[in-house]
Ligand binder design. Structure first.
Ligand SMILES: [Zn+2]
Length: 88
């Protein structure tokens, strides 16, 4: 099984939460090793979590996933990826 970037983006929040299965986590890690875009997204997503922690709020705020997805959508527009199903 080969992960595409958009699959990895779905997994990123779970990856940070460390709630992926070991198999999936390894696939994501392997992808991150050779994909700059996903590494950058992971970094920026982690920064959000860190900033939240610095603000003495150790639980993720409600709507975090929503905002994360909005952010990922934004990243997708900024960094277009050759998606397999984008053949129009
Ligand atoms: Zn990628």
């Amino acid at each position: 099984m080969v992960l595409e970037c958009k699959h990895v983006w779905n997994y990123i929040s779970d990856y940070i939460d460390d709630s992926l299965s070991p198999e999936t986590k390894e696939l994501v890690q392997r992808h991150l090793e050779h994909c700059e875009i996903c590494s950058a997204i992971l970094d920026s997503t982690r920064n959000i979590v860190v900033l939240t922690a610095d603000d003495k709020v150790f639980e993720l705020p409600l709507g975090f996933s929503e905002r994360l997805h909005a952010r990922l959508s934004e990243e997708m527009r900024i960094h277009p990826v050759h998606a397999a199903d984008d053949s129009s």
